[in-house]
Design a protein around this ligand. Structure first.
Ligand SMILES: CCC/C=C/C(=O)SCCNC(=O)CCNC(=O)[C@H](O)C(C)(C)COP(=O)([O-])OP(=O)([O-])OC[C@H]1O[C@@H](n2cnc3c(N)ncnc32)[C@H](O)[C@@H]1OP(=O)([O-])[O-]
Length: 719
């Protein structure tokens, strides 16, 4: 796992060989220990270079090993011994030096980086801290403020920035290994004492306490309830205030508290879930690694509303030429201005030039005959979408892929009106589409594997986390949202307020509570859908019992809010009030309080005190319960897909892992017991009835989440 060669007669070249990222598994650590011993004891060797195979220095500790007992030599003493050695050691950094990989580079006496390399200490994103001396050595090398920023955010830096910060000694365009060998030969005669970072004193800023306090406050605001960044601040404080030997002890103590925490488990699960989610399989057996996606050079976007504009920007900024279609000249012109403005601002932020020449705007679908792929983003109206797909089927060449950005309509019904159902899929973006990272790729029963591969790979190219999902109303994300938001509105009836529910959910870690999120998204969209499905509005039979629709319990409060013209932030009023239309500063509104009181009075509901626990359990267990149904129905292939969708599309806190991981952490038995309890109290709320899969998993002894797939056995997968 570490190869040893003698080059230039006196340089020991140690190459880490653990593809794909040369992580520091026990075998690699063992290999480093063995080869370093050999280099230090061989009198012919005057210097050492450490590099990684396949142009990747090292991606850090092997995260998969964290789940088991420690095997092989521990990293910290191994690294200390490299630094203490009496022969110069040079790190040749190509690709990445991350986490333990950068800590390995920091104990080398010199660091040479290739110009395309990236460096960083991302442990914080895994719920940990750089506990192989990183929190103590980096501040000694680059000072407290810069080290604090890198360690608490986990940000990767380019080799150019690393040079400016002083992390590396040289950046090269050439083979970093060869440059490092030459460098090592020149370093032989030089003293090493000033190159041992642990022996340096920390350049301490005079306002240390104020700095640490400011960073702590920033973290508490941005990453509420997350432990690791705060532990990182404490470890850096130790570097500033203690000698190395004590600082390193503090680092270990802090790591011990993090290592076995639920947050670390959730964040590490999330790391792998994100990677697993891209690996789709269809019922035909076709899968991600055996289906070649088509290359997309040109695309069209139909509709320049909020979604269409964001999609056009996402495509153009990765070099795809885009034809944007509107039905009306005025809308097209305002869309054009907005798309150009968004692209220019985006390019300025990234320090590149805006790719405006890739954009074309038109009023005619006829202009789309030569594009490779179309994304329809018109109003959420099936009849309208069908007309668009029929028209596309006539004008586009027979090989053009036709995708819909529908957020929940039947993709197969759209495929059915075209001459190429196998080339139709859903590409459900999240608003604003140029910012939000999630893309649900909806597989219709007739979508070909090439169509899915192309949509998934296009999503990746646009920087999205793409997840393949089956075709059912609402797909995965919006289907699960319904029971979650229904529970929140039922809780309003029973005595809660929007701000109370939001606070509980935000304290749990959600970016926004359910009511603030609805105000941001716009309340009128759901209202229109409810009217169309006959749940509210003039078509509802007056003989219908109050608070019941279509045989189920129904809460009309959201409709009553909309009837008052309160559509959320855009109208300056919704579940909250805002300073002005478009304002973002949400304040509780006494009118909503009055509305709730009048409503409860009308139906004789005696408000009761609702606890934080009940809010969490009813909202989140109902959410996960629907997730179990989705797994059973074969709409999502694995729990990881659901969790990734909720993290990237709905603001579910990453340090809780996602609704399914959260359920597994709470304990499936407990989730089942609480759902049974709430369903007994509300027998007319079907979402609270425990799903058969949940019951089955509990009956099988609540296996860990990675094993759930073995119990799902979907007869007819929709994926
Ligand atoms: C005391 C200890 C203190 C030290 C702590 C640490 O170092 S904590 C660690 C700090 N380090 C980090 O946080 C870095 C984490 N890694 C990354 O950020 C990225 O993987 C990358 C930038 C290195 C490469 O990006 P890319 O888009 O080119 O590739 P990709 O992302 O698709 O990965 C390819 C495959 O490698 C797998 N895998 C990757 N890394 C690890 C690992 N460390 N371990 C195990 N496996 C790892 C990954 O799961 C995937 O497997 P699959 O699905 O094929 O079975």
């Amino acid at each position: 796992m570490a190869r040893y060669e003698l080059v230039k007669r006196s340089v020991a070249l140690i190459t880490l060989t653990n593809p794909p990222v040369n992580s520091l598994s026990s075998a690699v650590r063992h290999g480093i220990a063995k080869t370093m011993d050999r280099a230090l004891s061989d009198p012919k060797v005057t210097a050492v270079v450490i590099c990684g195979e396949n142009g990747r220095f090292c991606g850090g500790a092997d995260i998969r090993e964290f789940a088991g007992p420690l095997r092989g030599p521990p990293l910290l003493p191994l690294l200390d011994s490299i630094e203490a050695g009496d022969k110069p050691v040079v790190a040749a950094i190509e690709g990445v030096a991350l986490g333990g990989g950068l800590e390995l580079a920091l104990v080398c006496h010199y660091r040479i980086a290739h110009s395309k390399a990236r460096l960083g200490l991302p442990e914080v994103t895994l719920g940990l801290l750089p506990a192989a001396g990183g929190t103590q050595r980096l501040p000694r090398l680059i000072g407290i403020p810069a080290a604090l920023e890198l360690i608490t955010t986990g940000r990767h830096v380019s080799s150019q920035e690393a040079l400016k910060l002083g992390i590396v000694d040289q950046v090269t365009e050439h083979n970093a290994c060869e440059v490092a060998v030459e460098f090592a030969l020149r370093a032989v005669a030089k003293p090493l004492s000033s190159r041992r970072l642990s022996a340096l004193t920390v350049p301490c800023p005079p306002d240390l306490d104020a700095l640490l306090e400011a960073v702590t406050m920033q973290i508490q605001k941005k990453a509420r309830g997350v432990m690791a960044p705060l532990a990182c601040v404490q470890a850096v404080r130790a570097a500033a205030t203690m000698p190395y030997s004590q600082g390193i002890k503090r680092e270990s103590e802090l790591m011990a508290t993090l290592f076995n925490s639920g947050q670390a488990r959730a964040l590490q699960y999330s790391f792998f879930a994100e990677r697993t989610a891209g690996k789709w399989t269809l019922p035909s057996g076709a899968q991600w690694n055996d289906t070649k996606p088509r290359e997309i050079r040109s695309a069209a976007v139909i509709g320049l509303g909020t979604m269409g504009r964001g999609i056009a920007v996402s495509l153009a900024r990765v070099g795809i030429s885009v034809i944007a279609v509107e039905s009306d000249r005025k809308l097209m012109e305002s869309g054009r201005q907005m798309v150009i403005g968004m692209l220019e601002r985006d390019a300025k932020r990234r320090g590149v030039s805006a790719s405006l020449n890739l954009l074309k705007f038109t009023l005619s679908l006829q202009d789309l005959k030569d594009v490779d792929l179309v994304i329809e983003a018109v109003f959420e109206d099936m009849a309208l979408k069908k007309r668009v797909f029929q028209e596309l089927s006539k004008v586009c060449r027979p090989t053009t892929l036709l995708c819909s950005n529908t957020s929940g309509l039947d993709v197969d019904a759209l495929a059915g009106v075209t001459d190429r159902p196998q080339l139709v899929s859903g590409m459900h973006f999240f608003s604003p589409a140029h910012v939000m990272k999630l893309l649900e790729v909806v597989c219709g029963p007739r979508s070909s594997s090439e169509t899915i591969a192309t949509a998934m790979s296009l999503g990746k190219r646009m920087g999205k986390v793409s997840v393949a999902v089956g075709n059912c109303p609402g797909f995965v994300g919006n289907r699960m949202l319904k029971p979650y938001s229904d529970q929140a509105t039922f809780l309003l009836e029973e005595g809660a307020t929007p701000e109370q529910i939001d606070k509980v959910l935000e304290d749990f870690g959600f970016a926004m509570g359910v009511f603030r999120m609805s105000d941001l998204a716009g309340l009128d969209v759901g209202w229109r859908v409810r009217k169309e499905s006959g749940l509210t509005g003039p078509d509802v039979d007056p003989k219908n019992p109050p608070r019941r629709r279509q045989g189920r319990k129904y809460c009309p409060i959201p409709d009553m809010v909309c009837e008052q013209g309160r559509f959320g932030q855009k109208t300056g009023r919704g579940w909250y009030m805002y300073d002005k239309p478009g304002g973002t500063n949400a304040k509780p509104d006494p009118l909503i309080q009055n509305l709730l009181e009048t409503y409860r009075g009308r139906y004789g509901i005696k408000p009761r005190n609702i606890t934080e626990q009940e809010i969490i359990e009813r909202c989140l267990f109902a959410l996960a319960n629907e997730g179990f149904r989705i797994l059973k129905d074969g709409i999502a292939a694995q729990p990881e897909d659901i969790d990734v969708i909720y993290q990237f599309g709905y603001g579910f806190p990453r340090h809780r892992g996602g609704p399914m991981f959260y359920a597994s952490m709470v304990g499936l038995e407990r989730v089942l017991e609480r759902l049974e309890h709430y369903h007994q109290a509300h027998p007319d709320v079907s979402h609270l009835e425990p799903s058969p899969l949940l019951k089955k998993l509990v009956a099988c002894g609540s296996p860990p989440i990675q094993k759930w797939r073995e119990h799902i056995k979907t007869i007819h997968s929709h994926l």
